[in-house]
Ligand binder design. Structure first.
Ligand code: PCA
Length: 152
């Protein structure tokens, strides 16, 4: 099993969450909410308002998201879905756990590592875009996520 930290469209109540719960893609089990130990720029970019975590530790804000335990099948699916390595890269991030999860031996404040879909290749202006600490497609920024099927 693997751990994946999602911070964008794959979170509960965000537009791509259904892909996480579709058992055809593999297994994903929610473990806890978490926040990155380091700051990272989480920006919204492209014509489709896609959230990207730039792999620039120390810039931006500590980013909130959710940690899932996923099987090999779901990890491979997510790599395909996130277009690794062209759109995102799967890197490792250090997280502060925000919830207690007895079964998984997690307590608030403890530190864990998980995979994250971040990006190391981006347009030169992306690091100067506004950054967020908790992505919401319907947030005040007005940059609603454009679903894949609606992209031109
Ligand atoms: N999906 C992945 C990366 C960004 C996105 O839209 C996630 O939610 O973590």
């Amino acid at each position: 099993m693997h751990r994946v930290f999602v911070y964008g469209s794959l979170k509960r109540s965000q537009p791509n969450y259904p892909y996480m719960t579709d058992s055809n893609n593999g297994k994903a089990e929610f473990l806890s909410t978490a926040v990155t130990v380091q700051k990272y720029p989480l920006v919204i970019a492209t014509n489709y308002n896609i959230p990207f975590l730039l792999n620039l530790p120390g810039q931006g804000k500590r980013v909130n998201g959710e940690v899932y335990k996923v099987d090999e099948k779901m990890l491979k699916y997510l790599d395909w879905f996130e277009k690794v390595p062209t759109m995102y890269q799967r890197t490792v991030v250090e997280l502060e756990v925000k919830m207690a999860n007895r079964e998984e031996n997690l307590s608030p404040g403890s530190i864990m590592e998980a995979f994250v879909y971040s990006t190391t290749t981006y347009q030169p202006d992306w690091p100067s875009l506004p950054t967020y600490d908790n992505y919401d497609s319907n947030g005040d920024h007005g940059l609603k996520f454009v679903l894949r099927e609606d992209r031109k």
